[in-house]
Write a protein that binds this ligand. Structure first.
Ligand SMILES: [Zn+2]
Length: 410
């Protein structure tokens, strides 16, 4: 059995104790002491950290009246029966005392405003969540809960713990019925809140400093509220005001203008995107027209205009597809375009209605020329190759294959 010192004195952070036992577990070694101020995980509050004779304590749990301190690293064999010096990580303890005491105040305030009963709490390493039994909570009520709690903090109310039994428990105005029957520990914060709890709290509410609502979400028909409490609320204020300042600088706007300014920016981006799409389509049309025009000129000089090939460079990524889409509308036309961007060669092949081109039967001969991958289905196939210097050979072979297919058709 371990005497739980944290229940009587939440300020005790440095103490001596006798080692009752040590044993190995899967995760490390656990040390049992005759007395301990280390808070074991429970009631939504994480365990204290610290050290025992310089050996870091990384987790603490309570089981059957004993407190098990899990330590990292090697534990000297002769530790049993030894008297050890134990120290608790003060800033971690203070943080969770703030979280825990702040949570009591918030749960109390929720009852005064609603009543909105607390279903469960979780003290995370970043923020504390309180799940409330209500499908929705009006924003006005959330504001009142936050304000009431900050007023209780400012009033610097005393936080006291009392022991009660089943007979004496009715003397206390408990926020909810206790979970244990005898030796009930009651935590009373002035006349603001009263609840049965075995956790470690602060001694006065002013030490909580501040609470700030972070987020509200629906979960299992309840409402989960997330809070920044204590020093975390101040750190959060510092972070967010820095971000707001940076945004204000970037957008040349005052804080109250930011939301409207961002809305305006979004509107400008939306219309710019529309304009880009319109211009791209126009560009694809013009390039397709130019290629057709050149092909017609060549056909007058005796060459077949039913094949179009083109070697482009550093064009936008969607240009090949856009141009090919327009060219495959021309009956009988076979198209092969490449676009070199850096050390990659984008390729696109298209077949207009009735064009004598079966891609699957020529891919084995064509794609290796530029070491390409890709595919598609009639009327457009596309992909990327790596042998950019082979682009002319690739296009030339395409023309030959189409010409051969055409002779077969004839
Ligand atoms: Zn508590």
């Amino acid at each position: 059995m371990t005497s739980a010192l944290y229940l009587e004195d939440p300020r005790l952070l440095d103490f001596e104790a006798k080692v009752l036992a040590t044993h190995r577990t899967k995760q490390g070694t656990e040390i049992v002491l005759d007395r301990s101020a280390f808070y074991p995980e429970g009631g939504g509050q994480p365990a204290d950290h610290g050290d025992i004779d310089g050996i870091p304590v990384v987790h603490v749990r309570s089981d059957g009246g004993s407190i098990f301190h899990r330590v990292e690293g090697e534990v000297p064999g002769a530790l049993e029966d030894a008297v050890v010096r134990c120290r608790i990580d003060a800033s971690r303890r203070r943080d969770y005392q703030q979280q825990h005491t702040g949570q009591h105040l918030l749960s109390g305030a929720f009852m005064q405003v609603g009543p909105y009963p607390t279903v469960s709490v979780h003290q995370g390493s970043d923020y504390t969540t309180i799940e409330i039994e209500a499908s929705t909570i009006p924003e006005l009520d959330l504001d009142r809960v936050e304000r009431l709690t900050n007023e209780a903090i400012e009033a610097d109310l005393p936080v006291a713990a009392h022991w009660a039994t089943e007979e004496t428990i009715d003397r206390y105005p408990l926020r909810r019925p206790p979970k244990v029957r005898d030796s009930i520990r009651v935590v009373q914060i002035g006349d603001f809140d009263c609840v049965a709890c075995g956790g470690v709290h602060l001694s006065r509410t002013a030490e909580v400093r501040m609470v700030r609502l972070l987020d509200v979400e629906s979960i299992r028909g309840n409402t989960r509220t997330s809070w920044k409490i204590g020093d975390r609320a101040f750190a959060h204020y510092r972070e967010t005001s820095t971000v707001v300042k940076q945004l204000g600088g970037a957008l040349s706007a005052k804080t109250h203008e930011l939301a409207e300014r961002v809305g305006m920016q979004e509107e400008r981006i939306r219309s710019a995107e529309l304009e880009i799409r319109r211009l791209s389509e126009r560009l694809h049309e013009l390039v397709a027209e130019r290629l057709l025009h050149e092909a017609e000129r060549r056909s007058r000089s005796g060459r077949n205009h039913a094949v179009i090939t083109a070697h482009l460079a550093e064009e936008p990524k969607d240009l090949l597809r856009g141009v090919t889409e327009r060219l495959v509308e021309v009956p009988g036309l076979a198209v092969c375009l490449v676009n070199r961007t850096g050390d990659r060669l984008q390729w696109s092949i298209g077949a207009g209605p009735g064009a004598p081109l079966e891609f699957e039967s020529v891919r084995g001969e064509l794609l290796p020329i530029i070491d390409a991958r890709g595919g598609g289905r009639r009327p457009i196939w596309q992909g990327v190759g790596t042998r950019v210097e082979q682009a002319p050979a690739f296009l030339e072979r395409f023309r030959e294959l189409v010409a051969a297919a055409r002779r077969e058709d004839d």
